[in-house]
Ligand binder design. Structure first.
Ligand SMILES: O=C(O)c1cc(=O)[nH]c(=O)n1[C@@H]1O[C@H](COP(=O)(O)O)[C@@H](O)[C@H]1O
Length: 233
């Protein structure tokens, strides 16, 4: 099973299909706000019909009832993973799971994971702008515990917190880690970055990779290079 989720952050349908046609097997992809807000859920259905697994990344954060009803609708898309912001609190997260259960197709709901602190958030920004005191790792672990208590299946976090989250929440609690860069890549807007090799060492369940693959001169070979690193014993 693939441990690499490729972020399809493209602005046109043409780019999405040209990219996916390079692959000769189903891949795990992430469809986020950029594609959904351009093409609606049609793009989700189309990519699913091509046989790919889908993490639908819309990062819900609203009052519990709104999130519940929204999740009910997302479950009907029969995607594999959906997400929300843990900052919405435990009542919102519990409501999300209720909604997913109500909308589940054939009794199987999508996995639901909580964004703890975005990988583009630095320690300094968390303290000074978000006004959350303390160490970013401790805050992420506390959010992960809250997500687990609320019935979620895992979290989105940076590689640097994954090991401690597994220690606190158990190995079955998923750690999905963006902010992945190859050694020579620029960090761009990401702050808490790490290489695929370090992600494997830290026991991350999945890595989310966008630009390192999609902007590579040879995306297919970069994908296989990253997958090979993730599969190493
Ligand atoms: O939920 C996410 O997927 C996510 C959470 C987070 O904390 N950081 C983060 O980068 N992401 C997403 O992961 C992808 C990372 O893209 P690259 O920085 O290009 O590899 C983007 O689609 C982000 O929206």
């Amino acid at each position: 099973m693939s441990k690499t989720i490729v972020a399809l952050d493209f602005s046109t349908r043409k780019e999405v299909y040209e990219f996916l046609l390079k692959f000769h097997e189903p891949v795990y992809v992430k469809i986020g706000m950029e594609l959904t807000y351009s093409f609606g859920f049609e793009i989700v259905r189309e990519v699913k019909a091509m046989g790919h697994q889908i993490f639908l990344d819309l990062k819900l954060h609203d009052i519990p009832n709104t999130v519940k009803q929204a999740m009910k609708n997302l479950a009907k898309l029969d995607v594999d993973i959906v997400n929300l912001h843990a900052a919405g609190g435990s009542t919102m997260m519990k409501a999300a799971i209720e909604g997913l259960k109500e909308g589940a197709i054939n009794g199987k709901r999508p996995l639901c994971i909580a964004v703890t602190q975005l990988t583009s958030t630095s320690q300094e920004a968390m303290n000074k702008e978000l006004l959350i005191p303390g160490n970013v790792q401790d805050v992420v672990i506390d959010y992960a515990k809250l997500a687990k208590e609320s019935g979620l299946d895992g979290v989105v976090c940076s590689v640097h917190e994954a090991k401690a989250i597994h220690e606190a929440c158990g190995d079955d609690f998923l750690t999905v880690t963006p902010g992945i860069r190859l050694a020579d890549d620029s960090a761009d807007d990401q702050k808490r970055v790490a290489t695929p090799a370090y992600a494997r060492e830290q026991g991350c369940d999945y890595i989310v990779v966008g630009r390192s693959i999609t902007k590579s001169a040879d995306p297919l070979s970069t994908y296989h290079q990253i997958e090979a690193i993730m599969e190493e014993a």
